[in-house]
Design a protein around this ligand. Structure first.
Ligand code: PLP
Length: 326
C-alpha cells in the first residue's frame, strides 16, 4: 500500500520553538503533534477521509456529538450497540440531547438529526443497513471498531463519519487507549479539530505512536483473526452446551450463549489460554460474560469472545475443555 513511508520518532514535546518569531506546523501539543499527525494521516488513508485522534473511543464519541449537535437534537442509536455509547449519550441528556433506539438492520426513524450505527454491533454482532441509513436526511456515523477499515470503509458507502475505538483492533495489543473519528467532509473535520483543541480532548503522543506501530500489522492480524474466528464459531455451533452463536463472518469477535449466568461464569473462569478479561481486538484472546456489565440487556448466558492470534486448534481445545466442564 506504500502507507508507511517512514518510522516516526516518538516526540513527547508539548512545545516547538517558533522560527523567526512565527509558529511552524507544530507549536503547542493541544493543537497537534507530529506523532498524532502521522497516525491521523495513515488512518485517513485507510478509511478514505480526514482522521482525527482522541484519547479514547468514548472521548471521540463525546467530541463528535458535542461538536455536531445542538440541545434538542435527537440521535437514532442502533439497538444493541456498545452499551458504553448509550452511556455516553445518557450522560449528555442533561445538556438537551435525546436518544431513540432503532433496529439498524432496517431504516432509521424520521425526525432525528444523527444516525449512529455499529458495524458489527457489540455484542449482538448485527450489521447495519447502510444503504437505508444514508438515504435518511440526517448525518450518519458508523462505529466500525469491530469491522476495521480492512472489512468496511463506511465513507465509501455514503456515511459521513467513521468512529473507532482504536484501543481495539487498530492498536491491537491492549496497550493503548485511543479513539478516532474519520470524516468524509474536510470542513466537518476542521470543525471537529477546532472543537478538540478548545475542549482539550486530545490524544497523547505515546498512544499515537503505539497506534502507528499497530496499524502496520492490522491487515495481517484481522485476516488471521477472521480465519480463526470462523473456525471457532462453526465448532461452537456444534457444541451441545452452546445455545446460540453470533458471528458476522468478518473480524475476530464472536458472541455465544450458554444456558445461564452461572454456566457462563464457569466457562469464562475455566479457560487457560483464553484470558478472562474485558475489551477486544488484541493479539491475546479474551472472553467474558457480558451480563456483569450489561445486565438484562443481554441474555444471561451470553459470552463475548475476542479471538486473538493464538493457534486455532489450541484455542478450540481450551474452549471445548471449559464448555465440557461447565
Ligand atoms: N465502540 C465500541 C464498538 C467499543 O467496543 C468500545 C469499547 O469497548 C468503544 C466504542 C469505546 O471505546 P474506548 O473504550 O476506547 O473508549
Amino acid at each position: 500500500m506504500g502507507l508507511y513511508t517512514r518510522a516516526v520518532a516518538l516526540d513527547r514535546s508539548t512545545i516547538w520553538p517558533y522560527r523567526d518569531g512565527e509558529p511552524g506546523e507544530f507549536y503547542y501539543q493541544r493543537y497537534g503533534h507530529p506523532t498524532g499527525a502521522e497516525a491521523q494521516r495513515v488512518l485517513g488513508v485507510l478509511d478514505g477521509g480526514t482522521a482525527l485522534l482522541f484519547p479514547s473511543g468514548a472521548g471521540a464519541t463525546t467530541a463528535l456529538v458535542l461538536a455536531l449537535l445542538a440541545p434538542g437534537d435527537t440521535i437514532a442509536l442502533a439497538e444493541g450497540a456498545y452499551f458504553g455509547t448509550g452511556g455516553t449519550f445518557h450522560e449528555l441528556e442533561r445538556w438537551g440531547l435525546h436518544v431513540v433506539e432503532f433496529d439498524q438492520t432496517g431504516a432509521p426513524p424520521d425526525g432525528v438529526q444523527l444516525v449512529w450505527l455499529e458495524a458489527p454491533s457489540n455484542p449482538f454482532l448485527t450489521m447495519p443497513d447502510l444503504e437505508a441509513a444514508v438515504a435518511h436526511p440526517a448525518r450518519v456515523v458508523v462505529d466500525a471498531t469491530a469491522a476495521t477499515p480492512v472489512y468496511l470503509r463506511p465513507l465509501e458507502h455514503g456515511a459521513d463519519f467513521v468512529l473507532h475505538s482504536a484501543t481495539k483492533y487498530l492498536g491491537g495489543h491492549d496497550d493503548a487507549l485511543l479513539g478516532a473519528v474519520v470524516c468524509r467532509d474536510p470542513a466537518a473535520a476542521e470543525v471537529l479539530r477546532i472543537f478538540r483543541t478548545r475542549t482539550g480532548i486530545v490524544a497523547a503522543a505515546d498512544a499515537a505512536w503505539l497506534l502507528l506501530r499497530g496499524l502496520k500489522t492490522l491487515e495481517m492480524r484481522v485476516h488471521r483473526q477472521t480465519d480463526t474466528a470462523g473456525a471457532i464459531a462453526a465448532r461452537l455451533a456444534d457444541h451441545s452446551k452452546v445455545l446460540t452463536v453470533r458471528y458476522p463472518g468478518i473480524g475476530g469477535l464472536i458472541s455465544f450463549d450458554v444456558a445461564d449466568n452461572d454456566t457462563a461464569r464457569r466457562v469464562e473462569t475455566s479457560t487457560e489460554l483464553v484470558v478472562n478479561a474485558t475489551s477486544l481486538g488484541g493479539v491475546t484472546s479474551v472472553m467474558e460474560s457480558r451480563h456483569r456489565w450489561e445486565g438484562d440487556r443481554v441474555p444471561p448466558g451470553l459470552l463475548r469472545l475476542s479471538v486473538g492470534l493464538e493457534d486455532a486448534g489450541a484455542l478450540w481445545d481450551d474452549l471445548a475443555r471449559a464448555l465440557d466442564q461447565a
